[in-house]
Design a protein around this ligand. Structure first.
Ligand code: UD2
Length: 320
């Protein structure tokens, strides 16, 4: 499907960007990957770098001139680069804004000048905030809590605006808690990556709050597939849509499953204070993506976790 397409992936050395890059290359695209290496790891691009159709540049999305240069002859941009953490956005709101808002504006301006056919943007379920309506659907009022959520909201509004005023074919995908291979284990990473690492280090997972909070965890392969569908879609021009598994699970239940399935004995769940800026329940309605992109989730959190666990045992633990 992507044979002959010239694609730019921002955040290419990161969790989502690198998985997307591998799939684009396997479908015959020529890919330029950029990353400022703040969260990215070159190891994530080991496979891509063996492919002659892949080129990597260490570049920041805040560097407009470089973006303009690199976007010459590009057909499709997948904008995955981001300041990615809710708690860090509370510590550094200006940095979050400059990367996630100004960086996205740079992408749009360069894409407009270079006549890029399509821009797909990685937005987030955090734009919804803590509104009681569940599942969260695209027509509802947005009420982000954290600076991270506000920045993603602003960036997706720019995506829509650039479609309306300049006719760019932009699509924003609101990811719901993505997890899977290559997600970084750091204090600011997604909870599944943190807990799997703790479990295999024989450390108790620590839930912030009482564990009743729930999330719609979405497996990386579904997110990559949604991007590939959006990248070639005319119907999705100017649209914003949820990309989720479409099924919530409480953190308590998920953590119990993770401990059990990992087969590590002697662990118990610990509890700590609720995290500032945290949302209680998040669960996405995926009907719009189904209608526009024919997107369906092929994984739920359990089947995704099983696959992630196999990867973790065969790839990560073998290296240690
Ligand atoms: C938000 C977005 C998500 C994505 C992500 C990027 C929502 C609902 N989701 O994820 O779509 O954009 O940001 O970072 O806004 N937790 C623990 N223990 C830990 C770590 C986390 O209990 O060691 C809890 C945390 O308090 C939260 C849940 O796990 O209740 C999920 O946290 P997360 O950081 O994985 O993701 P979240 O929901 O902030």
């Amino acid at each position: 499907m992507y044979e002959g397409k010239r694609v730019l992936v921002t955040g290419a050395a990161g969790f989502i960007g690198s998985n997307l890059t591998d799939e684009l290359l396997s479908q015959g695209a020529t890919v330029i990957g950029i990353d400022n290496m703040f969260n990215g790891r070159m190891g994530n691009l080991a496979l891509a770098q063996k492919n002659p159709n892949f080129t990597f540049y260490k570049t920041d999305v805040r560097d407009y001139d470089r973006l303009l240069y690199l976007m010459k002859d590009i057909d499709i941009v997948f904008h995955e680069a981001a300041f990615t953490s809710v708690p860090q956005s509370i510590l550094m709101p200006e940095l979050c804004n400059s990367v996630n808002v100004s960086g996205t504006l740079n992408i749009l301006n360069a894409a407009r000048i270079r006549d890029v056919e399509k821009i797909v943007f990685a937005s987030s379920s955090s734009v919804y905030g803590d509104t009681p309506t569940l599942p969260k659907h695209e027509k509802m009022h947005l009420d982000p809590i954290s600076p991270y959520g506000v920045a993603k909201y602003a960036a997706e509004a720019y995506m829509v605006s650039y479609h309306r005023v300049y006719g760019l074919n932009t699509t924003s995908l609101r990811y719901f808690n993505v997890f899977g291979p290559r997600q970084k284990d750091s204090p600011y990473s997604g909870v599944i990556a943190i807990f799997i690492a703790r479990i295999f280090e024989h450390k108790n997972p620590v839930i912030f709050g009482d564990g009743t909070q729930s999330r719609d965890f979405t497996y990386i392969k579904d997110v990559v597939r949604a991007n590939l569908l959006a990248g070639l879609s005319q119907k999705a021009a100017g649209e914003v849509m949820n990309i989720a598994a479409g099924k919530p699970i409480s953190l308590q239940e998920l953590t119990e499953i993770m401990i059990r399935e990992s087969g590590v004995d002697g662990l118990k769940i610990e509890y700590g204070p609720i995290r500032k800026g945290d949302i209680l329940h998040s669960f996405g309605d995926i009907k719009k993506a189904q209608q526009i992109l024919s997107y369906t989730a092929e994984y739920d959190v359990i089947s995704g976790f099983q696959e992630y666990l196999n990867y973790y045992k065969t790839i990560i633990l073998q290296k240690q």
